[in-house]
Each structure stands twice: as structure tokens, then as C-alpha cells.
Write a protein that binds this ligand. Structure first.
Ligand SMILES: Nc1nc2c(ncn2[C@@H]2O[C@H](COP(=O)(O)OP(=O)(O)OP(=O)(O)O)[C@@H](O)[C@H]2O)c(=O)[nH]1
Ligand SMILES: [Zn+2]
Length: 199
């Protein structure tokens, strides 16, 4: 399998960079317990950052004709994800809630979770992640509206820096009917368990 994230960087160069960081932190990369660490880290990066090798729009190509008689919103809530913040390369762990108002086509529900994964497995800023998910669905499914709420904890805030545990960041991107119609938005927020801003 070709390396989806390295571009012109070889696996050997990536492993050497890990050895450099280990040395910089005060370790001896030749120590027995660390010998395979660069290889493991590069493998972990392939997993965490596999989103660079994906086009999330592809997941939305396969649609079904709207289910007869159903013309209300579809909501997928509590989609767990792991991402990494682009400022500190520290984990962002949270949940995304995605809703849309189909016009004539619906998508297999797993595909909404795949879109979340495709963008989460990159270096991210939460606001950008939220907007990318919403715009991808809007552009590719052309529904009457899309709503995305992301609720996540940033390890750059919990394990370092300001050290605030239990803090989560909530972002939302509302498009179309969810933006224009307060009742549609309220219904979505009720579905995902947010009432008047309090979960
Ligand atoms: N808006 C936003 N901020 C983020 C996100 N992830 C991390 N940050 C913040 O990015 C900021 C980077 O600030 P800097 O002052 O450049 O970095 P720093 O010195 O490491 O800051 P501290 O975290 O306060 O120690 C920090 O306030 C982080 O909390 C995100 O997804 N969205
Ligand atoms: Zn950070």
C-alpha cells in the first residue's frame, strides 16, 4: 500500500524525525524499548491522518431515491471521532451530530459518519472540521439544509497549557433551512439533546 500521507517524504525520513524528537526530549532512540517506536509512530500516523488520502465527497455519490412518504429531517447523532489539533498536534476527542433535510435523494447513513471520519483524520481546527462536514453534505446532496454540531475535548487544553479538564468546545454550522428557520433548527437541537444551549 502506498503511503497516503507522506507525499515526497519517505517512511525512513519520517522515522528519523521521530528519532530526532526522542533525542530532543532527552531519550536515547537506540535504547531497546525505543527501537521499534519510530516504526510504530509512523504506522499510527497513517491511521490518525488517513483522511489526507480520502475525498469525503466520494462517500456521498451513492444515493437512494427518497423513501416514499418520508419528508422530514434525518439526524445521525453521537458520531464519535478522534482528530488532532493543528496547533499542537494533540488529540481532539469528541462527537459530531449531523442532520439534513433531504429533497429528493437520501444517502446511506453510514456515509455521514464516513464524511466525519474523512475530515477528522487530519490536522484540524474544530471550527474548520464543523464547516467542512456541513459544506461537503450541502454541496454533494443538495438538501434543503444541513446542520452539524461538534462537541469535543482538546487535549492541548487538558493535558498541557491551561490544564482544564472537563471542558468541551461546542461548534455548529447551520446551512439552508437550519439556518433560516428557527423551528427547524430547534427540532434538530432537540433531537441531539441540546435544549436552549444546555446539554
Ligand atoms: N478556536 C480554536 N482554538 C483552538 C483549537 N485547538 C486549539 N486551539 C487553541 O489554539 C490556541 C493556540 O494559541 P497559542 O498562544 O499560539 O499557543 P500556546 O502558547 O500553546 O497556547 P496555550 O494553549 O494557551 O498554552 C490555543 O488557545 C488553543 O487552545 C480549535 O480547534 N479551535
Ligand atoms: Zn491544540
Amino acid at each position: 500500500m502506498s503511503d497516503p500521507i507522506s507525499n515526497d517524504v519517505t517512511r525512513e525520513q519520517a522515522e528519523e524525525a521521530v528519532r530526532t524528537l526522542l533525542r530532543w526530549a532527552g531519550e536515547d532512540p537506540a535504547r531497546e524499548g525505543l527501537l521499534d517506536t519510530p516504526k510504530r509512530v509512523v504506522k499510527a500516523y497513517r491511521d490518525w491522518f488517513s483522511g489526507y488520502g480520502e475525498d469525503p465527497a466520494e462517500y456521498l455519490r451513492r444515493t437512494f431515491k427518497e423513501v416514499e412518504g418520508y419528508d422530514e429531517m434525518v439526524v445521525l447523532r453521537d458520531i464519535e471521532f478522534e482528530s488532532h489539533c493543528e496547533h499542537h498536534m494533540a488529540p481532539i476527542i469528541g462527537r459530531a451530530h449531523v442532520g439534513y433535510l433531504p429533497t429528493c435523494r437520501v444517502v446511506g447513513i453510514s456515509k455521514l459518519a464516513r464524511v466525519v471520519e474523512g475530515y477528522a483524520r487530519r490536522f484540524q481546527v474544530q471550527e474548520k472540521l464543523t464547516a467542512q462536514i456541513a459544506h461537503c453534505i450541502q454541496e454533494n446532496l443538495q438538501p434543503a439544509g444541513v446542520a452539524v454540531v461538534v462537541d469535543a475535548s482538546h487535549e492541548c487544553m487538558t493535558t498541557r497549557g491551561v490544564h482544564k479538564r472537563g471542558v468541551s468546545m461546542v461548534t455548529s454550522q447551520m446551512l439552508g433551512a437550519f439556518r433560516d428557520d428557527a423551528r427547524t433548527r430547534a427540532e434538530f437541537l432537540q433531537f441531539i439533546g441540546i435544549h436552549g444551549g444546555v446539554r
